[in-house]
Ligand binder design. Structure first.
Ligand code: ATP
Length: 578
């Protein structure tokens, strides 16, 4: 937890001011009982009204000042705690944004959300409480003890019994509460995971009539979290009354022994009242410390989870930071590339070698799970190759800054994804200074001009979260247009034509071929009709290239390709293709 203390550095001034204000407020609190004792012991017995009034006025002033110090201290501590959590959230977000897909898979999206929100809130609350308690509690205990001892040494013996009992209670809470608090965060993760899957998969859940099943799954996670929370609250429920019992018994003991001494004439009523107030201040400070003990384990567990993210080393790092210079443009070369997913023994890709030529389409076909997406995910370095190398314009991509590399890539993902905002916002995602003319040109190539211009607001039409208010094919075409606006050196289409009808698919490929003449184009597809005209086709099977050539060549040389073709095309279509 202390490793996060550096986030308090920018707020050092405000922190010191808070502590100083709280110091003054505690001093004011410690003064009040003595002043009251003076009124009771000197003012009242002597009937000295002016003395009572002047001490009373002094008391009022001290109380008002104490309150004012407290208000400013609370305001300041809130600013410090909020600033601390804002900076921490920002750093966590920046770190997570730079994660490779492997790191995402390891930590899990839901857990990353909980860590950025709830975990930070836990630590933030502890920072707030600590700031408020750090000076107040020890000062109240020490100051209260000094004042109590100076008021009456004999009566202070009562404290020698009650304080250790209170400390034992605090120790018990820490012992039994700590493991429960830690497990609460993990259970919250699980609840978030179920909730997230439900919200994103709502259509599938309804279509499969799995609403009741999902409710049960949510209930299970919810009950698990609730039962831990109840156990925590049971401890808390015992804690407060036990503290109050100790507090009240201490008061009774003090009044009892105090009364005996007053009767014997060795003690004054006012001093007894002051003594009780000091003891209450000491006990209350200890209660506050107990509250902190309750918060510490939970916040410590949260801090550990936050640090785990912040300290995760990047699997993919920039070894060079300077831009690379090359006279080549839009050229990709795979040299004997093999790739294993982390924790997977079988390679997803084995000994892949091929190269692309600018303006030419390189297609990749293969059955599901043959490694097509894995192969193209290596180009923008979502993962790094296990062995072999990938060269872009003659430079190994590991020797190129990631930003430079990704600037060269226009990726259309397998799962079309749009962001909430207008069509214009979405299309300009990769090139902020694109003009409307650029956008319409991209929409033309992507065969999306018609449906966008038919929309009431054209480019200003609103796309809802996840692009749910456009059809699958429209979404794919907008994603293709988004990549085109960027005019990158490398186009990667990951099964991006799957939702298009044959006519649109063919028109789009024709437009791409005539308009994109200087970039590399890699096209992954399941449909043979989509890749038939490609300049070169790679056939993948179980992570290996089992065929390479044009459609015609492959029909003669590659059994796997022939099988795929036969399953999708009629004999005549195959003969015509030949
Ligand atoms: N994140 C991952 N962790 C471990 N293994 C993975 C991961 N992603 C994919 N795989 C495995 O790697 C292999 C290739 O998967 P990939 O997604 O590249 O196939 P694909 O040819 O694109 O399939 P599809 O056409 O169904 O999209 C599969 O066996 C798959 O189970």
């Amino acid at each position: 937890m202390f490793r996060l203390a550096k986030y308090l550095k920018p707020y050092l001034g405000a922190t010191i001011l808070t502590l100083f204000l709280l110091f003054l407020q505690t001093i004011a609190n410690l003064l009040l009982p003595t002043l009251m004792a003076k009124i009771v012991d000197i003012g009242i017995p002597n009937g000295n009204t002016s003395y009572i009034l002047s001490v009373g006025f002094y008391m009022l002033l001290v109380a008002l000042l104490g309150s004012a110090f407290m208000v400013f201290a609370n305001l300041n501590s809130a600013k410090v705690a909020m600033g601390f959590s804002k900076d921490l959230r920002r750093d966590l977000f920046i770190k997570v944004e730079s994660f490779s897909l492997g790191e995402f898979n390891k930590l899990g999206t839901s857990s990353l959300i909980t860590r950025t929100t709830n975990d930070i809130t836990q630590v933030q609350q502890l920072v707030l409480m600590s700031l408020r308690m750090m000076v107040t509690a020890p000062l109240m205990v020490i100051g209260g003890l000094i004042m109590a001892l100076s008021t009456n040494l004999e009566l202070s013996v009562v404290l020698a019994f009650s304080i250790p009992i209170l400390l034992v209670v605090i120790g018990l809470v820490a012992k039994f509460g700590m493991p429960l608090f830690k497990s609460m965060q993990v259970k919250l993760d699980q609840l978030n995971l179920v909730l997230r899957e439900n919200l994103t998969g709502i259509r599938v859940i309804r279509a499969f009539n799995k609403v009741t099943y999902e409710q049960k799954r949510f209930d299970a996670a919810n009950k698990d979290l609730t039962s831990t929370a109840i156990r925590v609250n049971k401890i808390m429920a015992v804690l407060m009354p036990s503290m109050m019992i100790i507090l009240n018994l201490t008061s009774v003991a003090i009044i009892w022994f105090g009364a005996v001494r007053i009767e014997a004439g060795s003690f004054e009523v006012g001093s007894l009242i002051a003594f009780i107030q000091y003891v209450m201040q000491i006990m209350m400070a200890l209660v506050m410390v107990t509250m902190m003990f309750v918060m510490i384990p939970r916040a410590a567990a949260s801090a550990e989870r936050i640090n785990e993210v912040l300290e995760t080393p990047f699997e993919i790092q920039d070894h060079v930071h300077e831009l690379t210079h090359s006279s080549l443009h839009g050229q990709i070369v795979y040299k004997d590339v093999t790739f294993n997913y982390p924790n997977s023994e079988e390679p997803a890709l084995s000994h892949i070698s091929f190269e692309t030529t600018p303006g030419k389409i390189t297609a990749i076909i293969g059955g599901t799970g043959s490694g097509k997406s894995t192969l193209i995910n290596l180009i923008p370095r979502f993962y790094d190759t296990t062995s072999g190398e990938i060269l872009v314009n003659g430079v190994n991509i590991k020797d190129m800054p990631q930003e430079e590399l990704r600037n060269k890539v226009g990726l259309v993902p397998q799962k079309a994804l749009l962001f909430s905002g207008t069509i214009r916002d979405n299309l300009k995602y990769g090139k902020e200074d694109a003009t409307d003319e650029d956008l319409w040109r991209a929409l033309d190539i992507a065969q999306a001009r018609d449906f966008v211009s038919n929309m009431e607001k054209g480019l200003d039409s609103y796309i809802s979260q996840g692009g749910t208010n456009v059809s699958g094919g429209q979404k794919q075409r907008l994603c293709i247009a988004r990549a085109l606006v960027r005019e990158p050196e490398i186009y990667i289409f990951d099964d991006s034509f799957s939702a298009l009808d044959f006519k649109t698919d063919s028109a789009l490929r024709k437009a791409l071929k005539s308009e994109v003449t200087e970039s590399a184009m890699i096209l992954v597809a399941q449909r043979i009709s989509t890749i038939m005209d490609a300049d070169e086709i790679l056939v993948l099977f179980d992570g290996k290239v089992v065929g390479q050539g044009t459609h015609r060549e492959l029909l003669d040389t590659c059994e796997v390709y022939k099988e795929i073709a036969l399953s999708q095309l009629s004999k005549e279509e195959i003969e015509n293709g030949k």
